[in-house]
Design a protein. Structure first.
Length: 348
């Protein structure tokens, strides 16, 4: 089975971070402790002030063999923030799931994680903080439809270079979602000019639900209980984080009923030095307003921004990095905003 990008994404999803510490392991079981501490010093034109942000992650991952070809696993990872005013907002579940690993026949997971469609947008989701300027998965979401969601079932399988992921989400009133479903299909050519070349296609559909029997526009311009559908085509060349060049492109369309319809792209270029000490990357994202009549907004551009990041791996566990971003136009954040960030990360 080839180690394609989709497999690498799945491996990180199920097993946690590369710096996870194994606290118990035998022939049939393992238990890992995983997490990180991150400190950022950020500045942007919108508020013209410096801010220091402290966050952390902490979790556990376990896996046990049931038979020769079947294992069960579980993962719980918390996000912790020192900046939230309310104590109940300082600790949130990032991942929480359990499931079955059938070896070559794939995995089946239940719980909180990204849906199957995310995998078709993952090739350009590289930045530690920013980026995502041209992907409707992140932008056209009234209640954070994009990202990690509760109540999901996800099946994914990788075989002989082919990759398939399918997911279904049950009702989540906190996000005003009645149900959602989606999938991603891909294939990787093992060696094209010395590097792997991968192609993916994905789709997703969210069915909105308004639990308060409201109908119409919210104060932020989104529509109560709006449905959303989207699709994406993506390609990547190389392996991000491995020595050498990495290039990726995502072309996508998303429509949030009564609110926005965006078509756009995101292109990423990265280079990692031979000893993997340094990684340099840049991403440009553009999202066009396809149907102005839906959005009550006459702008032709929903989002346009250029992002850059440099990462230095001081050790296998400790990173120093900086990010710069130029936001040319956006209906989601302050326009013409420059932002800069310097950060430290310790992974364990």
């Amino acid at each position: 089975m080839k180690k394609i990008l989709a497999v690498a994404v799945a491996a990180a999803f199920y097993a946690g971070t590369a710096g996870a510490a194994t606290v118990y392991s035998d022939d049939s079981s393992r238990l890992d402790i995983l997490g990180r501490v991150k400190v950022d010093l950020a500045n942007n034109d919108a508020d013209a002030e410096h801010r220091m942000l402290q966050t952390a992650r902490f979790g556990v991952y376990g896996k046990t063999a049931v038979t020769d070809g079947i294992s069960v696993f579980g993962k719980l990872l918390y996000d912790l923030s020192a900046q939230d005013d309310k104590a109940e907002d300082r600790i949130n579940i990032r991942y929480g799931f359990a499931g079955f690993d059938f070896g070559d026949y794939g995995t089946l997971a239940f719980g909180r994680f990204e849906d199957a469609y995310y995998k078709s947008t993952a090739p350009t989701d590289l930045f530690l903080n920013w980026g995502d300027g041209g992907v409707s998965y992140w932008k056209l979401s009234p209640n954070d439809y994009g990202g990690r969601l509760d109540g999901q079932v996800l099946y994914d399988v990788n075989y002989q270079g082919y990759f398939l992921a399918l997911s279904y989400q049950f009702r989540d009133l906190s996000k005003q979602i009645d149900h959602s479903y989606g999938g991603t299909f891909g294939y990787e050519f093992e060696n094209v000019w010395g590097k792997p070349l991968g192609l993916m296609a994905g789709f997703n559909r969210y069915s909105g639900y308004e639990s308060n029997n409201k109908y119409g526009y919210r104060e932020d311009g989104y529509f109560y209980g709006a449905d959303k559908h989207e699709w994406a085509l993506s390609a990547y060349w190389g392996s991000y984080g491995a020595p050498g060049m990495y290039m990726a492109l995502v072309y996508n369309y998303g429509k949030l009923d009564h609110t926005y319809a965006g078509r756009g792209f995101e292109a990423s270029l990265a280079y990692t030095t031979p000893q993997t000490d340094w990684t340099f990357m840049a991403t440009y994202g553009y999202l066009h307003n396809e149907e102005k009549k839906l959005s009550r907004n006459d702008k032709s551009v929903l989002s346009s921004k250029l992002s850059g990041e440099i990462i230095y791996n001081l050790t296998a566990n400790f990173q120093i990095y900086t990010e710069l971003e130029r936001r040319y136009e956006s209906v989601f954040v302050d326009e013409s905003e420059n932002a800069a960030l310097l950060g430290l990360i310790y992974n364990f």
